[in-house]
Design a protein around this ligand. Structure first.
Ligand code: CTP
Length: 389
């Protein structure tokens, strides 16, 4: 279903409709009353598999919103206006499009378009965040020329980008659908005092890419992360800071997870006591006493459910396979992603990575230097295969 709300970018929805149809989709267009001020239902009817619908009341079906919502493999809203996003976030159903959105159980992709001031308004930010947290896919607007000669973020993505995003969602609904996966990412921060922490150089890039790759295959992904990085629509994000917070989040989610991927760099030690107020220079040299944190992955290994897949990361500088294998056995893992942190272009703060996948059955697969997305895809392949066994 292609929902069209009332903004000037509605003219681009015509092209979206055309391209979706060309790609083989059976498109049911739904136009709001305001959309019809910019484009006509006839235009869409001529391009789509079905005549455009515009009303809850005047069509041939008694209940068009339940029909459309229940049978659509994907609902795309382009453009999604400020009003549409607000209604959807609030659960209002005052027209056919908003009512259908409340019925839809399948994936929904919203493509916002509006003036920059509106896009940046806290109310809109909150509505978009609410929708994203519910698993709605949001194709964020681009920056560029807007109506009335203005310029800035708020421009509807180009039709081809909307169609690519739609295809990605549809393709993905396959291999891991019905599976729940927990992914961790980033480096933990262990407080010394209210302003300082012990941290590490993990950026969260690899873990976030893994979460995206698994979500793109239809998995229900919970990402527990310390990193403030964007994620693909459909990923549920829980932000944490310390190893203890990550432990609580992961151990809470793990019992109902089919797989857990611990890509985070979790501190092995933390300050035993956190100073209640800022340590001052002139109070002398502080002595920071450390204590061990819980090894979350080892704990997951102890609590492992039958059939659950556990994946760990191992940052190594030497004896990669031997060290990774020892870690795999010690923590009862199915797979270790051994990271050669010494290799050029790999590891922390790079967009590329060089890893070796070591599996419990002894299989060793070395992947040469490639993007972290490509590493994530390879890992998603392995996890899909392990879950299928
Ligand atoms: N890990 C964890 N909890 C910790 C520490 C690490 O869950 N407190 C996880 C990491 O997310 C990663 C794997 O364990 O998946 C790394 O194992 P670890 O033994 O900590 O690796 P290194 O820190 O590299 O250990 P070593 O010092 O033995 O090389």
């Amino acid at each position: 279903m292609l929902g069209v709300a009332g903004g000037i970018a509605a003219y681009k929805a015509v092209e979206v409709c055309r391209r979706l149809s060309d790609a083989g989709a059976l498109v049911s267009p739904v136009l709001t009353a305001e959309a019809q001020r910019f484009v006509t239902p006839l235009t869409f009817s001529a391009l789509a598999a079905e005549p455009a619908r515009t009303s809850l009341w005047d069509g041939p079906e008694a209940s068009p919103h339940t029909l459309l919502g229940q049978r659509s493999a994907l609902v795309v809203v382009a453009p999604a206006t400020a009003r549409l996003l607000a209604a959807y976030a609030a659960g209002l159903s005052d027209d056919l499009l908003t009512a259908t959105l409340l019925v839809a159980r399948g994936p929904v992709l919203v493509c916002p378009a509006m003036h920059t001031e509106m896009w940046e308004h806290p109310a809109i930010r909150a509505n978009v965040a609410t929708l994203a947290a519910r698993g709605v896919h949001v194709l964020e607007p681009a920056e560029g020329p807007l109506a009335a000669g203005d310029l800035g973020p708020g421009r509807l993505r180009e039709p081809e980008e909307v169609v690519t995003a739609a295809e990605r969602i549809l393709r993905a609904t396959a291999s891991l659908s019905g599976r729940t996966v927990v992914v961790t990412a980033g480096g933990t921060r262990e407080a010394i005092d209210p302003v300082r922490f012990l941290g590490n150089r993990s950026s969260g890039r690899q873990g976030h890419a893994v979460a995206d790759a698994l979500a793109a295959r239809g998995a229900d992904v919970h990402l527990v992360t310390t990193a403030d990085r964007p994620v693909a629509g459909g990923v549920r994000v829980e932000r944490v800071d310390s190893a203890a917070e990550m432990e609580a989040a992961v151990l809470g989610l793990a019992p109902s997870a089919d797989a857990v991927v611990m890509a985070a760099a979790v501190a092995d030690f933390r300050p035993k006591a956190v100073a209640p107020s800022k340590l001052k220079k002139d109070s002398g040299m502080p002595e920071v006493v450390l204590e061990p944190t819980t090894d979350i992955l080892a704990e997951l290994g102890r609590r492992k459910q039958p059939g659950q897949v556990l994946v760990g990361f191992a940052a190594e500088t030497e004896d990669l396979v031997a060290n990774a294998t020892a870690k795999l056995q010690r923590k009862r893992l199915d797979l270790v992603v051994a990271n050669d942190v010494g290799a050029p272009g790999a590891g922390f703060e790079h967009d590329t990575n060089a890893v070796t996948l070591v599996a419990a059955d002894g299989t060793v697969r070395t992947l040469g230097l490639r993007s972290k997305q490509a590493v994530a895809e390879a890992l998603a392949d392995e996890i899909t295969a392990l879950l299928g066994q």
